[in-house]
Design a protein around this ligand. Structure first.
Ligand code: AMP
Length: 483
């Protein structure tokens, strides 16, 4: 059975991480933080707590609210320090053993790790470790980190972790918990977000600031690309143990993935999305009567588009919030049905009108095709699709769930062909420079791009060791990305 969100046989995940150090009811606070990060992963979640003497681990399928709000579950997670993880995709055969945080008793003591991102040489490193006798109990690349820590020759625990991470390529924003410390690390390019917060003296690490807001915590700062923060009873220590590189934060976090009320790398996500919509209106004007977003992801960009184009903004499509994301559908036919379950046209706002339909991205084209049909059936006179990002033409190997390249509409069709496929009167995408402008840059630097935009440009900022060779690509389907 096809179990991955995009229906392909490779697994990539999107994840959220959260941790708090030295706080009564740590696991309950983590539960709230993870609830705010639910958009980063809805398939499963886990929390590991430490009570001063031992670690406690709970990992369950489903949403945070399905399990972790139950008193009997929280009672099994005592302690004043805890970390947690929300995970997007499940993989065939993986099941609960791939749910994070991972925990292991190492010679240096117990250690739990929750990871957002995807390690692009995990398969290769895993093979090497297996040849030397390591036994893996999951198919997740995050377990590789634990094995590398376990086998490191360094003496101090933090040095073992640095040693382990130095061997890995790709994206990692991770939160770790040992008996005496909580550790946060971002890869040298800082591809995925990670922030430092504080709640009445207790230190917090979280994927996004919205997870601080939910508990009334203060935002302290972003953990910097290549930085490791070590939180102990004596405070927060910061080190930069990796070779320094020009950061390349994931621009797709701004387009789609992060929550609009989060501030990421100094920018408010909602504000960027509105600016994206304004750029789009400037770049691809069309005579129309109304701007309609594809909810929810197209809303901020549509507001920006309507403002710039001086057109009315209307909720011409209403979303039913009681179904999961379109992609969490087991088969192609159900996925098509999913779109209908999720959206309905608001006929009164559309009938007889020339509609500008705004969405954040086209991946396979399934959503757009169905939505356009729906808007036409509701009586739209013309439908002009405007996409708030450049064509998604390459897979992400850094922790955002995209299908293999061949399944991306933009990798096999021209824009005219795509317009024909989704049956619109016109179709336009935001240019890559337009996207950079919305993010506050004058243009995309050709020599040293300011962001990771590989999904739009195919320009991958790290080696993709596991992708080198068909054999490894096949193997990757068995190896879960860390999310
Ligand atoms: P489709 O073109 O039917 O494959 O779906 C495109 C829609 O999926 C976009 O409007 C986005 O809102 C959403 N989307 C884009 N990327 C992702 C992703 N990585 N995971 C889940 N949904 C996504």
């Amino acid at each position: 059975m096809d179990e991955t969100p995009f229906g392909d046989d490779t697994l990539h995940e999107e994840c959220g991480v959260f941790g708090i150090f030295e706080r009564a009811d740590a696991a309950a606070v983590v539960t709230l933080g993870l609830h705010a990060l639910q958009h980063r992963g809805q398939e499963a979640a886990g929390i590991v707590s430490h009570d001063g003497a031992q670690f406690h681990v709970e990992r369950h399928a489903g949403l945070i609210g399905d399990t972790f709000t139950k008193p009997q579950v929280l009672e099994r997670l005592p302690g004043t320090s805890a970390i947690g993880h929300t995970r997007y995709a499940t993989t065939g055969g993986g099941g609960l053993r791939n749910v994070q945080p991972f925990f292991a008793e190492l010679s240096a003591g117990g250690f739990a790790v929750a990871h957002n991102g995807n390690i692009t040489n995990a398969m290769t490193v895993q093979r090497e470790l297996q040849r030397r006798g390591s036994i893996f109990s999951s198919t997740s690349d995050t377990e590789t980190i634990l094995h590398l820590v376990a086998t490191s020759g360094a003496r101090a625990f933090v040095d073992k972790l640095i040693d382990a991470l130095s061997r890995l390529e790709g994206a990692f924003s991770l939160v770790g918990l040992s008996a005496s410390s909580m550790i946060g690390v971002r890869d040298p390019l800082g591809i995925r977000p990670l922030v430092l917060g504080e709640l009445e003296g207790s230190v917090i690490l979280a994927s996004e600031t919205c997870a601080l807001d939910i508990i009334g915590a203060e935002f302290v700062r972003d953990v910097e690309p290549g930085e490791m923060v070590v939180v102990t009873e004596s405070g927060v220590e910061s080190v930069f143990p990796f070779q320094s590189r020009r950061p390349r934060f994931c621009i797709f976090e701004y387009v789609y993935f992060a929550r609009p009320d989060s501030n990421v790398e100094g920018r408010n996500v909602y504000d960027i999305r509105k600016k994206i919509g304004m750029e789009l209106a400037r770049e691809s004007h069309v005579d129309a009567d109304v701007v309609v977003p594809v909810p929810d992801s197209g809303v901020p960009a549509a507001i920006g588009y309507a403002q710039e184009a001086v057109l009315p903004f209307e909720l011409g499509i209403i979303r039913n919030h009681y179904v999961g994301r379109t992609f969490i559908q087991p088969t192609d036919s159900i996925r098509h049905m999913g779109v209908k379950l999720k959206h309905n046209a608001n006929r009164m706002m559309i009938e007889g009108k020339r509609v500008v339909l705004v969405d954040d991205s086209i991946v396979r084209g399934t959503t757009s095709q169905k939505i356009v049909q729906m808007v036409r059936e509701a009586g739209a006179r013309e439908v002009h699709m405007r996409i708030a990002s450049p064509p998604t033409s390459a897979s992400c190997f850094y922790g955002v769930d995209t299908p293999e390249k061949a399944k991306l509409l933009a990798s096999r069709m021209t824009i005219d062909e795509m317009a024909e496929f989704i049956q619109v009167d016109s179709l336009a995408f935001l240019s890559i420079d337009g996207l950079y402008r919305a993010c506050g840059e004058t243009e995309r630097s050709k020599i040293s791009p300011q962001f990771c935009d590989a999904c739009f440009t195919g320009d991958y900022p790290t080696s993709l060791t596991d992708q080198d060779g068909a054999d490894n690509v096949r193997q990757l389907s068995l190896l879960g990305g860390a999310g």
